[in-house]
Ligand binder design. Structure first.
Ligand code: CU
Length: 579
């Protein structure tokens, strides 16, 4: 069983246990004896079963189980201790066990709420708050059933609530909250990059574009989605003028995967101000990295990118020989882009397909009709890639894979999620059942260049209640906090840094650090054995633990966030900062 399914199973069992106890309590209050006993017996079994799931989760990693061990397990034990013996005595008046059964229901629910509303890290304040809630609900039920609650219960509930308030629960703002990230609204050309050799102008504006024969409203660069393809040869100096015609919420250009100087990174409120209608901003950087990249707005990025403010950036070592095609996959107004493209290619021609996932969720790609190699991932060439046949690749949000092959005499087709997007002729292939490539074991390995780390950070990804802002929200959190309250990760120039990224939630989080490529060290305790993987976007699935390392060699303040941009906007953004 994967840790992701264990997390899901534990949640389901906890919900069933809580429902069983509460239902049993209600049934006994209504003097429905068989129903009450049946539900309570079921709840007892479910509560005991959590011992198995919680233990397994704790063994997988403390991050997955902390609040379950410290809060849910003691509350569950109390539930069993209070309700269990009373049930076994098989009371003559079933109504006499209503309060103990309801107490058990509140206790199990309390543990469940701590997991669902806060998760990791567990805090004493939250535990106390849960205890106070459980006892208060019990006292209220006691009274509702026409009895006088024990004064001890009310006193302990009050004491726990006061202690929780004094300790702090982490749900609301505290005076020692994270230091603010310095905002730098001033354009500064940190490095002299020389005279531009490639100049582009991108004008952002609302537009109507045609997708699969339908007119849809979009936000577009130069009236097209995707925006113009920017190409350069390594060593070129790019100068890109961004103009905003009428995007009211502002635009910027972020060079996804391109490790530009910080001032060119295009993050509004961090490296520049958003470019408002009528304004412009000039980006200038040297094309030092070869490979497949993309650009997109980082202002209200979830909406902006989804609406079409993105395009391709390709830097080649030399003018291309053979066929060199970019395939950015995107969903615009629920319609898939690009339109299918058929291109006859002469047998023997080298072909490079540059696959780019510009959506917020993973896409599955399958190349049928030819053996191929994955030559590069996220712009970095792989070491010793071997030929693959009938194998699919999963590309995370923001990620890129370059597939290469020599055109055979027979047709070849590329599928994205089962839909043909590029082909040299008709191919009918059922690619849905193909195995998926695991890049961590692909190609030829080489030793990790560092043996020790100057800084180590752990990011535990989850969901939680965020009461810090004006409006409460169910945020996507990192270490129990949501943007802008996640403490920045502070490093010094030259530090070797290790991130451990843990996903406790039930959804995939495609992780993306700006300004740096990270080397994958391990996933779920298994070291990466294939070609060194220098990534800027990687899917951390539910229950996954990734370890990645990098050298802090690009000073500035860098966004470090989930590239499911809806998650990023809902709190899952923090910053890497050089001291
Ligand atoms: Cu996410």
């Amino acid at each position: 069983m994967t840790v992701g399914s264990l997390l899901a199973a534990d949640l389901v069992i906890a919900v069933l246990a809580a429902a069983g106890w509460l239902g049993g309590g209600a049934a006994s209050a209504a003097r429905r004896r068989p129903l009450a006993l049946g539900l309570a017996a079921f709840a007892l079994l479910a509560t005991l079963a959590r011992a198995v799931t919680i233990t397994a989760l704790a063994r997988a990693g403390w991050w997955f189980a902390a609040e379950k061990v410290l809060v849910a397990a003691p509350l569950s034990l109390a539930a069993v201790a209070v309700a269990g013996p009373r049930l076994l005595r098989a009371p003559g008046d079933i109504r006499s066990v209503a309060v103990p059964l309801l107490f058990a229901g509140y206790a199990v629910s309390g543990g469940l709420l701590v997991t669902v509303l806060h998760g990791y890290p567990a805090s004493p304040g939250l535990g106390l708050l849960a205890v106070a809630g459980v006892l208060a609900a019990t006292a209220v039920s006691w009274r509702a059933l026409g009895r006088r609650p024990s004064p001890t219960v009310s006193r302990v509930a009050l004491a726990a609530a006061v202690a929780a308030l004094v300790t702090g629960t982490g749900l609301a703002a505290t005076p020692d909250a994270a230091p603010a990230v310095p905002h730098d609204h001033e354009y500064r050309d940190a490095r002299t990059v020389g005279e531009p050799t490639r100049r582009f102008t991108l004008t952002a504006g609302t537009a109507t574009v045609s997708v699969s024969g339908r007119d849809v409203g979009a936000w577009a660069f130069n009236g097209q989605v995707p925006g113009p393809e920017l190409t350069a040869t390594v060593g070129d100096v790019l100068e890109v003028t961004l103009r905003n015609r009428d995007i009211g919420r502002g635009v910027t250009l972020h060079w996804h995967g391109y490790d530009v100087p910080n001032s060119q990174d295009g993050v509004p409120g961090v490296t520049q101000a958003a470019v408002l209608p009528g304004q412009e901003f000039v980006y200038r950087f040297r094309a030092d990295q070869v490979g497949t990249y993309w650009y997109h707005t980082h202002a209200v990025s979830d909406v902006g990118v989804r609406m079409g403010l993105y395009g391709v950036l390709v830097v080649r070592p030399a003018p291309p020989t053979g066929v060199d095609v970019t395939v950015p996959a995107h969903t615009l107004a629920n319609l898939p882009l690009p339109a299918p493209r058929a291109e006859p290619v002469q047998a023997g021609t080298p072909v490079r397909l540059r696959l780019i996932n510009t959506d917020s969720t993973t896409h599955r790609y399958a190349l049928a009709g030819t053996p191929f190699q994955v030559a590069a991932i996220d712009g970095s060439d792989l070491r010793g890639p071997t030929p693959l046949v009938d194998t699919a690749v999963l590309i995370p949000a923001g990620g890129r894979y370059d597939l290469v092959f020599t055109a055979p005499a027979t047709p070849v087709a590329l599928f994205v999620d089962g839909r043909t997007v590029w082909s040299t002729g008709g191919v009918s292939a059922a690619t849905g059942g193909w195995p998926v490539l695991d890049p961590l074991g692909y190609g030829v390995g080489s030793p990790v260049p560092w043996s020790r780390y100057d800084k180590e950070f752990t990011l535990v990804l989850d969901r939680g209640l965020d009461l810090h802002g004006l409006r409460p929200r169910y945020a996507h959190t990192v270490n129990g906090a949501a943007d802008p309250d996640i403490p920045p990760q502070v490093v010094r120039l030259g530090d070797v840094v290790k991130f451990t990224i843990v996903n406790r939630s039930s959804v995939v989080h495609p992780w993306h650090l700006h300004g740096h490529h990270v080397l994958v060290l391990s996933r779920n305790k298994e070291p990466a054995t294939g070609s060194p993987l220098w990534l800027d976007s990687f899917d951390v699935r539910p229950g996954d633990v990734w370890e990645v390392g990098f050298r802090a060699d690009n000073p500035g303040v860098w966004a470090n966030h989930c590239h499911n941009l809806a998650h990023a906007d809902a709190g899952m953004t923090l910053h890497l900062m050089y001291s």
